[in-house]
Design a protein around this ligand. Structure first.
Ligand SMILES: Nc1nc2c(ncn2[C@@H]2O[C@H](COP(=O)(O)OP(=O)(O)OP(=O)(O)O)[C@@H](O)[C@H]2O)c(=O)[nH]1
Ligand SMILES: [Mg+2]
Length: 347
């Protein structure tokens, strides 16, 4: 038992010492790469005059944080969906949303996803050296930018830091560092619950609970944006939400295809569900089945005239119901495996 405790303590310590992974995202040319260089105090990544300078994820280790520099999104080179699918940005621990101008629809959509998922997130308004408005002080302009952003996000008291990352005259980097430090614990806690390996039944239960909370948050996001998987206004988004949700749930429980195939106790239905969540076709089946059930059971016969609120409710129900089923199925798979391991240890 003591050795068991020791291992757990050791694991906790490692997690505490593990780097927090900070991902930056924002429009091309908003200054994500420049910001990393300013915070690290060296030319760690390349920046550019022309847009789309960064093409691939670049990883920069700096002390106890790791920065992930991503390309800008919402361009011909990287439409938002392709960007989300390729880089899976929601897997990281702490989010810097960098902008240098008015927010575009693609920004608010991504930023609201983060807010709704309650991801630790800091907004960074870069290029303050270029802010100049006739008859206004810099403070007045900044206050106005803050009001605009909060209005667009429908959220008050966001963490917003104003910086300039010009190499010859950086501004606001110290404040940004402080805000990042103040968010580190929150980022670590989230990371710990979802990534630490469950070694006991209690830990597995805790994990299930954390995963359910995560499902709820994702469902809230679906509702928040009035997503409607049934009318399929934006099928790509429906797919991405469920795809990321299922991928993260499987990762939380450490479920792989091999584990699913090896299971002997979990029902064929559950196995099929978990496998289905791995592919586009499978997710479409899940979505179709869930919609059909809702249609049969509820007010959806009047679908063509439903308003935004009803659409939001449907999105919420589909994401939360299928998400909970998915957590339960993954939990059963993980439980079977854990019990087997504990048995093996005992004998
Ligand atoms: N005036 C001013 N220019 C800046 C500032 N920060 C960055 N820039 C310039 O903005 C341009 C784009 O900067 P990057 O850091 O490459 O932007 P990015 O967001 O990484 O761009 P992509 O990789 O293409 O998505 C470069 O020419 C920078 O020199 C700033 O604070 N003030
Ligand atoms: Mg860049």
């Amino acid at each position: 038992m003591t050795s068991e405790c020791e291992t757990i303590k050791e694991k906790l310590k490692n997690i505490d010492e593990e780097n927090v992974r900070i991902v930056l995202f924002g429009q091309p040319g908003s200054g994500k790469s420049s910001l990393i260089n300013a915070v690290c105090g060296r030319d760690a990544v390349s920046t550019g005059e022309e847009t789309d300078t960064t093409r691939d994820a670049v990883i920069v280790e700096n002390g106890d944080v790791t920065f992930i520099d991503l390309p800008g999104y919402g361009t011909a080179g990287f439409p938002t969906e392709a960007f989300l699918e390729k880089f899976q940005p929601f897997q990281y621990d702490l989010f810097l949303c960098v902008f240098s101008d008015k927010l575009r629809a693609a920004d608010t959509r991504l930023f609201r996803m983060l807010e709704a998922m309650k991801k630790p997130c800091i907004f960074v308004r870069n290029k303050t050296d270029l802010i100049y408005e006739e008859g206004k002080t810099l403070e007045e302009s900044e206050a106005e930018i803050r009001r605009d952003i909060e209005f667009q996000l429908g959220q008050e008291n966001i963490d917003l830091v104003f910086v300039s990352t010009r190499q010859d005259r950086p501004e606001g980097i110290d404040v940004l560092n402080d805000v990042i430090m103040s968010k580190m614990n929150e980022a670590r806690r989230e990371k710990y619950i979802l990534t630490a390996e469950a070694r006991t039944r209690e830990q597995l239960e805790a994990k299930k609970e954390a995963a359910m909370t995560y499902v709820k948050r994702s469902a809230t996001y679906a509702a928040y944006n009035g997503l409607n998987p049934i009318i399929a206004v934006d099928a790509a988004v429906d797919f991405m939400i469920l795809y990321q949700l299922y991928t993260n749930i499987r990762a939380t429980f450490g479920i792989t295809e091999a584990i699913i195939n090896a299971s002997r106790k979990v029902s064929a239905k559950d196995k099929k569900l978990v496998l289905g969540g791995m592919s586009r076709e499978g997710i479409n089946v899940i979505l179709r089945n869930a919609s059909r059930k809702l249609v049969a059971r509820t007010f959806l016969k009047v679908l063509p005239v439903v308003g935004q609120a009803t659409a939001a409710l449907i999105g919420y129900k589909i994401v939360s119901k299928t998400g909970r089923d998915y957590v339960n199925a993954c939990y059963e798979l993980a439980r079977e495996r854990l019990l087997m391991e504990l048995d093996a240890k005992r004998s």
